[in-house]
Design a protein around this ligand. Structure first.
Ligand SMILES: *Cc1c(COP(=O)(O)O)cnc(C)c1O
Length: 453
């Protein structure tokens, strides 16, 4: 098999366990803290938000966790997902590098998010929960949770960041097709939302605000829980099916990655792809450079600090030690809505802090230029978020052209951009601008990070 375009796995080759990177790390990750006592959070502290099974996974130090049969059944609607060799992009770039991308846009919602939405809804359903609340930025996570709730018969209520709610009406319709109920955030249905609207009726919203609204609704009733689409350990755990499949697929064609690049918003598609490869690297079986790619307008890893901070704007969540720009930070409404988050997954922040992965920031016009090259060669129109990963892969491939190295580059194309035509339109009309964040703006937002004794 030497002239392949995509590498497929049979359904019966699909991995049946998720991988937990925690026990393999040289230093254990810092615990989450209770926001009142500042002591390490216990399972009870999360009980109003999440079902027991997910809290156990959040705190687990088991290396492998079995994927329940009911979850595997739903995964089979689109998994295993294909791994592509980007031969046409390689040719366009005239590079000796080999570029591989794991395509997660084949899921019903069009991204990697259903990989965690499905198990999250499953475990809630098992524990008798009737409704889930959540936030969504670009609408990818809200769609994924609405889809998963429809699979297991739960209600789904979603707060969508106002800027996206207005810019992407079709995503909202999609959530409603799957039975979800959608509010723009800030909304007039929560106290916090009303207080923000009183200050600014045209508030663009942020993920941090939408999380606060969804959490405040969930804690009202014992039959309602909250679901988060990124950042948390259990979310990254569920996403490792991406990397586990990619390992099997690369092995089929006898390739080993030299460089792995992934876009990081909250860190879940990156962690999902990278952690199984990090396991192999730590075990000395391969030695890829692993690199996070973030937008220059929301440079959490490259410009934020590694500190304890809240996951949401109102300060309702446990404190997590993570790279943060400050929980009061409201990113500019860049097109990659899914990358507009003030923090980074504690696990991704931790491995970055340990020097096990690198990070770079790329401005959005370079990302969209790369997306057009990708779409015109490979055919698939990427979501704005993975255009960051594509731009980084292109940088790497062009460096190989200079040096003559035949590096193997692996990335995740974590979603398609079929609902993002307004962004492409803006770019092609020459109206997209790069948003560089000033050091003053970062210093101002960092003031909201609590100072711990
Ligand atoms: C949500 C989303 C992201 C950002 O979230 P991560 O947790 O960093 O993966 C990136 N790409 C797509 C397509 C998304 O839907």
């Amino acid at each position: 098999m030497s002239d392949y375009t995509k590498i497929l796995l049979d359904e019966n080759e699909m991995p049946t366990q998720w991988y937990n990177v925690v026990p393999d790390l040289p230093v254990p990750p810092p615990p989450q803290l209770h926001p009142g006592t500042m002591q390490p959070a216990t399972a009870d502290d999360f009980a109003a938000l999440f079902p027991k099974a997910l809290i156990e996974q959040e705190m687990s130090t088991e290396r492998y966790i079995d994927i329940p049969g009911e979850v595997l059944d739903v995964y089979r609607l689109w998994r295993p997902s294909p791994l592509f060799r980007a031969r046409r992009l390689e040719k366009l770039l005239d590079t000796p590098a080999k570029i591989f991308y794991k395509y997660e846009g084949v899921s019903p919602a069009g991204s990697h998010k259903p990989n965690t939405a499905v198990p999250q809804v499953y475990y809630n359903a098992l524990e008798g929960i009737k409704k889930l609340t959540t936030e969504t930025g670009a609408g990818q996570w809200g769609s994924s949770l609405a889809f998963a709730c429809a699979q297991f018969g739960l209600e789904c209520e979603i707060w969508q960041v106002a800027a996206s709610y207005n810019a992407k009406p079709h995503r909202r319709t999609m959530m409603e097709v799957w039975g979800g109920k959608v509010h723009p955030s800030p909304s007039d249905v929560t106290d916090f939302g009303r207080s923000l609207l009183a200050e600014n009726p045209n508030h663009p919203g942020s993920l941090g605000i939408a999380i606060s609204e969804a959490v405040s609704e969930a804690v009202k009733s014992d039959e309602i829980r909250y679901a988060l689409g990124s950042v948390l350990n259990h979310v990254l755990l569920h996403q490792t099916i991406i990397g586990e499949e990619a390992l099997l697929q690369l092995a089929k064609v006898g390739e080993v990655p030299d460089v792995l690049v992934g876009c990081t918003g909250g860190g879940s598609n990156f962690g999902g792809l990278a952690f199984p490869f990090l396991r192999e690297k730590l075990a000395g079986r391969m030695n890829p450079t692993i690199r996070c790619v973030e937008p220059t307008a929301c440079p959490t890893l490259t410009k934020g600090e590694f500190r304890y901070d809240f996951g949401d704007t109102a300060g309702l969540t446990p404190l997590m030690k993570m790279h943060t720009l400050g929980h009061s930070f409201i990113p500019e409404p860049i097109h990659a809505g899914g990358l507009r988050y003030h923090g980074m997954a504690p696990l991704v922040s931790h491995v970055y802090d340990l020097g096990l992965v690198e990070a770079i920031a790329i401005p959005q016009t370079e990302c969209f230029a790369g997306a057009l090259q990708f779409a015109r060669s490979e055919g698939i129109v990427p979501a704005p978020e993975p255009t960051h990963a594509i731009a980084a892969a292109i940088r790497e491939a062009l460096a190989c052209k200079e040096s003559g190295e035949e590096k193997v580059i692996l990335t995740a194309l974590c979603g398609h951009g079929h609902f993002d035509m307004a962004s492409y339109d803006k770019y092609m009309r020459g109206e997209m601008v790069d948003l560089e964040l000033s050091d003053e703006a970062i210093a101002e937002a960092m003031k909201s990070v609590p100072v711990l004794a």
